[in-house]
Design a protein around this ligand. Sequence first.
Ligand SMILES: *Cc1c(COP(=O)(O)O)cnc(C)c1O
Ligand SMILES: [Zn+2]
Length: 459
Amino acid sequence: MANGAVSQSFELTSAEPQFRAWFACAAGCSGELPLNQVAYYCPKCGSLLDVHHDIDVLHTRSAHAWKQIFEDRYRRTSYPYGSGVWGKKEMVCPAVDDANVVSMYEGGTNLFWAERLGKQIGLEELWVKQCGNSHTGSFKDLGMTVLVSMVKQMIAEGTKIPAVACASTGDTSAALAAYCAAAAIPAIVILPRNKVSTAQLIQPMANGALTLSLDTDFDGCMKIVRELCTKENIYLANSMNSLRLEGQKTISLEIVQQFDWEVPDVVIVPGGNLGNISAIGRGFLLMRELGMIDRLPRLVCAQAQRANPLYRSFQHNFAEYKPVRAKKTLASAIQIGDPVSINRAIRALQSFDSVVEQATEEELADASALADRTGLFNCPHTGVALAVLFKLLERGQIKSHERVVVISTAHGLKFTDFKRRYHEGKLRGVASRHANRPVELPADYTKARDAIFRALENT
Ligand SMILES: *Cc1c(COP(=O)(O)O)cnc(C)c1O
Ligand SMILES: [Zn+2]
């Protein structure tokens, strides 16, 4: 403890356990690197790094005690513990001083009981975890708060980090830009030109990030940012940096907490770069290790058919993996052909009873629109997850009595163009079965009334 010399004796006797986490090779090489070191790869084998926690120290509190602590902090005001991420700080990133935490009250998002949609598809318990109801409108905030807080701490310790950079399909850059702006840290975002939504492009611009728009796809942007962060001392904010996954894994903890510590039967996650599915897997495994839960849910990764390298690998029981060239998809945030976290994701899925399934453009668009009709306002990626749910339910791979959670990854307001074109019937290859068009009329009472009663007769 840094201020141990001035601690009052009652603090010393309260004996706060020394929670500890470090980077270690994801492929299993021995050795540890501190979390405040700039490192993304294992120095021995070049694999990505994972964050490991000192499980023995976490075990000094009982499962019951952890649950109690998490309940006491949840969405309350004691900074930064009201955040859904920092309320679980000891299991996320214990080394960051509270003074360096850059938090915008992440997490604590609604677990929406999709009662009406569930009834329509024949599922008794459908829940949608609304991770997009967040500061920048996507789950990326959960990871970025951890990464930017660590950067703030490293800068405070004297490490020279002139800027933080990421490649993005849109949401990572929005989160990076916002958290860096709040912390006065320069941010660089590298986006594929014309492949992100207007809202996604405007967010980093508005937050003052240096925004590079490149004539390539996400994978092309990723290559450039990797080189930039290897050759220069710019800090890399993509999810190959496993600090982000530590924040994102709180999704699992939070879902279980919201069910009064019961484990759902199935969790469905849309996957692109595959950091989130890996993180969600880690969350459940950690809870089980600590005795907070006694079983695991089934895990489903949902991919867009036009960007489906994990799905293809799953067809061969993960025995082989080949990157694909991702084709343009409405689910633009998962238009990724060579996911950075492929190995992490496969390892995670192999630890669970798991399935990878895919959805076509029409399936994802219709699923998203159908869900909107029941009060949601979905992004196309959530549409992918819902479409996959519909398929698995129809095939009997998910049973009607099971409790299913769909991870909604972003807010639909980031994707209004997708929705407008759907309802105008302008999406190519999509019949827009659930379209709802505005009725355009002159400003005339009788015509408006007639239109209203004609419509009501048809419902
Ligand atoms: C980033 C993102 C995903 C995919 O998450 P990965 O960790 O890259 O698999 C899905 N949906 C939205 C909206 C995203 O921003
Ligand atoms: Zn290694």
